[in-house]
Design a protein. Structure first.
Length: 456
């Protein structure tokens, strides 16, 4: 016996599921990439691009990476590499790193890669390859005058910077062969370098470096890490800064989702336009932020992601130095994110749902920063709606863009496509479609829009 209420409820649930599906797959800017078989519970904790073709990522037991101790002697460290822009990936277990927890990844060029690790005795190690991962070697802290810390970053192919607990700061001007300890301003009681994020614990731009602390302060160097000053951000003194990114030597953002308790709290952001000398609070973002990365070549543009620690997954972007944010997706628990330029970006999941499920996503949307990359229905309209036979989509993009138009049913199946060039409107014959809810995706080189219409 048919129950009208039950039928209505099923239709509502189906429509909700369809909207989630569309947001998560058809209209998402991120394209999942299979990377093969990672050990169960392992996720991508760091990633960085050498160029728009060669990308490296660091994977480890995610829960072990989050907790830190005790470190199992069987913990594996995996290096993921793509040589085709992130479409295909290889997985290499770095045997000599077994039994350590990876901390930070530094890609110098296509063949030269470093990452830091910590073993069960709390020794810091520096692993490196100069042949693209065919072979790996390592140095321990004692071999480089106790100068290897948790973080490592490169100003260029010769000049490196390392930071660690207890104000361990060192630089190398010979590609990591020898290191020199550097002096920094004193920390406050209970202050430390916050080790949390999978991307951008330290920001590097040209000769400048910025390193945040657990009390809302930022260490700053303008000479490749040789000398340092420290400045209070507007988050001082009660917020742990756990991610930092700069788009140039003047403009940057710090993010804090933790207090000094530390307990999870709403994300707070602060921005600077003078290289970190002064900071101002920014408007609260609409979602939790775990990691920030700037988009090279696009002033004021950042991508932010959230990972498995929180209940708000997904990614966002800002085009105005963090003053306003737009959600890209609300589906995946990204832990790490990196962009090489406006069109080449990648994000990694902290903990994939299951072994061999997608752990890396490639940016598949239009150029970041060139225009709005999110769903935007404010100006473009569909008429008549509902319709019986045809619809007109008007006020699309002006008259200069080529626009691809696709119509999907409510379960994400593509029903029809067309393309317009230098047109501000399009007439679609939908008379052959069955009655129901449909979505129109409009995509140009600079923008994506999604609209809904009903076919009677």
């Amino acid at each position: 016996m048919n129950n009208p209420k039950m039928q209505a409820m099923k239709k509502s649930l189906l429509l909700i599921a369809a909207l989630i599906l569309l947001n998560g797959s058809v209209f998402s800017q991120w394209v999942p990439k299979s990377i093969g078989l990672l050990p169960e519970g392992y996720g991508v904790v760091q990633m960085q691009a050498a160029n728009n073709s060669v990308i490296y990522a660091l994977a480890s037991d995610y829960l072990q990476w989050m907790v830190g101790f005790p470190i199992s002697p069987t913990t594996l460290v995996c290096i993921l590499k793509s040589s085709d822009g992130g479409d295909n990936w290889s997985i290499d277990t770095v045997t000599i790193a077994t039994g350590s927890i990876p901390m930070d990844l530094m890609v110098v060029d296509e063949n030269t890669v470093y990452f830091t690790g910590m073993d069960s005795s709390s020794n810091f190690l520096l692993f490196y390859t100069t042949d693209g991962g065919s072979s790996w070697n390592y140095k321990v802290q004692e071999q480089v005058a106790n100068s290897i810390g948790m973080f490592i970053k490169a100003f260029d192919s010769n000049n490196f910077l390392s930071f660690g607990w207890g104000q361990m700061v060192a630089t190398s001007d010979d590609s990591g062969s020898t290191w020199k300890a550097r002096t920094t301003p004193a920390m406050l009681p209970g202050e430390f370098f916050y080790v949390c994020s999978g991307t951008n614990d330290i920001a590097i731009q040209s000769n400048h470096a910025w390193v945040p602390t657990s009390k809302g302060r930022v260490f700053t160097s303008t000479d490749k890490g040789i000398t340092w000053s420290i400045y209070n951000s507007s988050l001082y003194p009660n917020r742990c800064i756990h991610t930092i990114a700069f788009t140039d030597s003047l403009h940057g953002i710090v993010g804090s989702s933790f207090t000094n308790a530390p307990t999870i709290a709403p994300t707070m952001l602060a921005g600077t336009s003078d290289g970190g000398l002064t900071w101002n609070n920014l408007s609260a973002p609409p979602r939790y932020i775990e990691n920030l990365t700037s988009v090279p070549g696009q002033a004021g543009t950042y991508i932010a992601v959230a990972d498995t620690q929180v209940t708000q997954p997904g990614s966002m972007y800002t085009l105005d130095y963090g003053n306003s944010w737009t959600i890209i997706d609300s589906v995946n628990f990204y832990n790490s994110v990196t962009f090489f330029d406006q069109t080449h970006g990648w994000a990694g999941l902290g903990k994939p749902a299951e072994a061999n499920s997608p752990a890396i996503y490639k940016w598949g949307g239009p150029a970041v920063g060139s225009s709005n990359i999110s769903v935007n229905n404010a100006k473009t309209k569909v008429f008549p709606n509902p319709t019986n036979d045809q619809i007109t989509v008007f006020n699309i993009y002006g008259t200069s863009d080529k626009t691809d138009i696709s119509v999907f049913n409510f379960v994400g199946k593509r029903m029809m496509t067309c393309q317009i060039i230098k047109q501000n409107s399009a007439v679609l014959d939908v008379s052959r479609l069955e009655a129901g809810v449909y979505f129109i995706k409009l995509q140009s080189e600079t923008e994506v829009k999604v609209l809904k219409f009903i076919k009677n």
